[in-house]
Design a protein around this ligand. Structure first.
Ligand SMILES: O=C(CO)COP(=O)(O)O
Length: 249
């Protein structure tokens, strides 16, 4: 049985002091033993967020990381800067980073490999645009993203990975994918992992759904056999996140 993982992607929201306030507000609401709960906060707030969750089971994640160790890469964050403060998760290849910051399947793969070198768990994002869905190429497209993201990743590493399936047309639009649409693609992703590795790896890997997840849609989505939780944007900044984490109560 895979443990659920429910992560909030705060995107570019909340100052460091606002981060502390929001974490203190959410802390009592997201207490659960049933799921891993992760707050992915802006890089500048990682240290304060780590302090704010001390003594709880909440984990802190970054929203991006560079694939080099150190050097002349102005504005980037190195993996050992994350591990130094105890960050355990990093979102890799979010569609917003692909769209606005030139992330490609190849840079995603480099970052995934680098994260594992440092013992950081990547939350690897994939998902189709509305045009691709309308063209009927969703599964082909997502399979390609997954195959490239996992190049040279070992089976043991893949078992620890988290994949977030986020259809771009459902992000920030209030237009959540239907439970059937989300389950269909998450199942296809698991089958793709089984083809690359084996059934045991496919059974172990955790696959989230992301895109306008709300307290109302979470129970159905997270009860699907191939959906192991969610990557939540807007609703992770509100008390609603507590309801999403406790979707089954
Ligand atoms: O992009 C997302 C999470 O990474 C989803 O964002 P929303 O939940 O705001 O649609």
């Amino acid at each position: 049985m895979r443990k659920k993982i429910i992560a909030g992607n705060w995107k570019m929201n909340k100052t460091p002091s606002e981060t502390v306030t929001l974490i203190n507000e959410l802390k009592p609401l997201v207490e659960t033993k049933d799921a891993d709960v992760v707050f992915c906060v802006p890089a500048i707030s990682l240290t304060t967020a780590m302090e704010a969750v001390k003594g709880t089971n909440i984990q802190i994640g970054a929203q991006n990381m560079y694939f080099e160790e150190s050097g002349a890469y102005t504005g980037e964050i190195a993996p050992n800067m994350l591990t130094d403060i105890g960050v355990k998760y990093v979102i890799i290849g979010h569609s917003e980073r692909r769209e606005y910051f030139a992330e490609t399947d190849e840079t995603v793969n480099k970052k995934v490999l680098k994260a594992f070198e440092h013992g950081i768990t990547p939350i690897i994002c994939c998902g189709e645009s509305l045009k691709q869905r309308e063209q009927g190429i969703t599964i082909d497209f997502v399979r390609q993203q997954i195959k490239i993201a996992f190049l040279n990743v070992t089976a043991d590493q893949a078992k620890e990975s988290v994949i977030a399936y986020e259809p771009i047309w459902a992000i920030g639009t209030g237009k959540v994918a239907t439970t059937e649409q989300a389950e269909e693609v998450c199942k296809a992703i698991r089958e793709c992992i089984a083809e690359i590795y084996d059934a045991v790896t496919a059974e172990a890997i955790r696959i989230q759904y992301g895109g306008s997840v709300s307290a109302a849609s979470a129970p159905d989505l997270f009860s699907q056999p191939n959906i192991d939780g969610g990557l939540v944007g807007g609703a992770s900044l509100k008390v609603d996140f507590g309801k999403i984490v406790n979707y089954n109560k």
